[in-house]
Ligand binder design. Sequence first.
Ligand code: PLP
Length: 389
Amino acid sequence: MVKYLDLKRVNAQYESEINEAVNRVLDSGWYLLGNENKAFEEEYASYIGTEHAIACANGLDALTLILRAYIELGVMAPGDEVIVPANTYIASILAITENGLVPVLVEPDPDTLQIDPSRIEEAVTPLTKAIMIVHLYGRCAYTRKIGDIARRKNLLLIEDNAQAHGCRYTGLSDSRGADEECVGKRTGSLGDAAGHSFYPGKNLGALGDGGCVTTSDKHLADTIRALANYGSEKKYIFGYRGRNSRLDELHAATLRTKLPHLDSDNGLRRKIATRYFNEISNPFVTLPPQTPEEENVYHIFPIFSDYRDRLQQHLAEKGIQTLIHYPVPPHRQKCYSEWRELDLPITERIHATELSLPLFPAMTSEEINLVIEAVNSFSPEKNVSECDR
Ligand SMILES: *Cc1c(COP(=O)(O)O)cnc(C)c1O
């Protein structure tokens, strides 16, 4: 049996360090907004390459707080539009509508699976205030063209970095040539502000929920910090109608022990991905587009097949757990019924054919072999009877 993600094994690698961190918090007698938060924020900002990091309760809150802060600062107002990839996880879009802003869904480029830069410009209207790029599956979505449009149209660039901690923009695959100013920078430092999630299954995962905003804009950082703390900049004085969104000291301490291992964990993910690229070969399966090494941290390894459901069943019979990211696109969800008439064929095709293979740092080479053999042995004809009965 190969699990899609064996979190127990992932965290067991750091068990003694995590125990030490948990004991440190217990002994400190201080459980919220203390030294662990402060130290984690400094260490994470320095890792990402921004001046500020503001820890919060989860990734959805991080994105929601960014947009809320821009509204409080008068940079945006409810009714304004935010461009976002149509094939993202629902949280990116929830953060927009939660603030009374209007998501404008833009199709991905089938060659990258990321928001299509050439479709962004035509989606810009006088109401557009921001582009939210999402580094989906762990791949850098930033391109020179996106940076150019944001600058030229005076739009904010917000990153959803929930799936791509540690990823960098290299410019090597940029069809317009590299954006020299951004070459080598990590995702989360490429735009005006970024939301990060430390959900347990993300590349940098806590033992529960966690999130963070990174930015080099001090004014924005101060506003977000206040909004996440009931709207208070000074104890018992409330400048905003804020919320409570904090990262527990326990999670901050755990994240601090895991952060120094993130790059090597991502290196292990890349090794597994390389094996999949080199060894999976099946005419009924399409592999994801390859990228320069540093531009992908393989949060998800998506493969595509017209026979996706049969393939998933075949893998299950061989003991391989897989997931679909995601079965139903946002514009087909009940909660966004106003988008029922939208025609987004590229997004729909991705959702109809995508299957995610197991990929996590603690995977053994035997497990990787099993996944490769199982995918290679798939044939839709063989599985017809079981699936179509
Ligand atoms: C996980 C995820 C989020 C939300 O993060 P949570 O911590 O679960 O709230 C947002 N965007 C994307 C792309 C994600 O994958």
